[in-house]
Design a protein around this ligand. Sequence first.
Ligand code: GDP
Ligand code: MG
Length: 365
Amino acid sequence: MANSEYEYVKREFEFDRRLPASNWIVVRIDGCHFHRFSKIHAFEKPNDENALRLMNACATSMLEKFPDIVFAYGVSDEYSFVFREETEFYQRRESKILSLCVSYFTSLYGMKWKDFFPNKDLREPPYFDGRVVCYPNMKTIHDYLAWRQVDCHINNHYNTCFWMLVKSGKTEKEAQQTLKGTFSKDKNELLSQQFQVNYEDEPAMFRKGSSVYRDKVETKVKTDDYGNPIKRIRLAITVSNLDIIGPEFWEKHQYILQEGKYRYEYVKKFDDIHRLPCCNWIVVRISACQFDQFSLIHSFDKPNDETALSLMNASASLMMEQFPGIIFGYGFSNEYRYDMPVQHICFCMERTLKNTKKTRIYFST
Ligand SMILES: Nc1nc2c(ncn2[C@@H]2O[C@H](COP(=O)(O)OP(=O)(O)O)[C@@H](O)[C@H]2O)c(=O)[nH]1
Ligand SMILES: [Mg+2]
């Protein structure tokens, strides 16, 4: 591509955040204004089986499309997608990963709608937002998934009771009042005594949410000379509604969340050189650490020690001699600020970091 005089707007302003290596990347998408969307499309309350199956079908297609997604978990209008820990999908560029997941899922939702709602037209375009979160080890990624499933249980338990009360004739306000301050045990009692419903008998998809992953399945590939089937284990994308909080599921499926077998070079990937954007004033503010103690030990005058302040000013003057890029410095008490053009920031930052424990950078335009 030819370089024009305008090409700097890409070089100098476009920054691609790369997600840290050796982390599990999770993209969580969530339906936008689905409270309204579900009303307009007359979803059954509190759970619309077809709507949930549509979400699961979209998640399944996500795993087919993006092999680096190793696990997905969904409930209501949200789905979380877990990428394998050592994925190099789009060089771990955050905006690419996030935008691809959100846009592909949204397209799938629209495309598959008719398969699940053959008699309902899409009356508004469905759309989703998304976020990316990185989890640094196996414990945190397991805890993340457990958190979503606990959330699913709490919401569904409440919603099941709420809508049974409403369907039995209570107003929404009365139902809310009845459930206020109730514990899990109370909700189970209410369901069994008033509605003869055992919560555990409710569909697992509603109670546990849905997990999508590659499961090991045995398939017959051919028959040997004696007519016996020859079977092979292969991985097939599966949707299940199992408990993923306890260890059983993960013990049985250890291969799903396997930590990467990195060679030591991967640590270099943490060296993400962060360039500061051009056309911005850069302010480096340094503030001394534990100066209360330091001034006490060195018997500084209270409230101001003229010599200490002069020492700060002299140090600032030397900084400006050393780094001509600094155009202004302002200080009081134990703090100093420098404004400087971009090209000097790296060198200066190195020096600054060596001399202080705390450094902050501010951008202003
Ligand atoms: N009736 C019904 N509503 C659902 C179903 N799944 C999701 N929703 C709606 O979608 C909302 C999702 O919650 P949230 O993301 O916080 O709300 P949003 O900001 O309106 O998308 C729920 O509060 C429900 O109103 C369903 O299966 N049935
Ligand atoms: Mg939503």
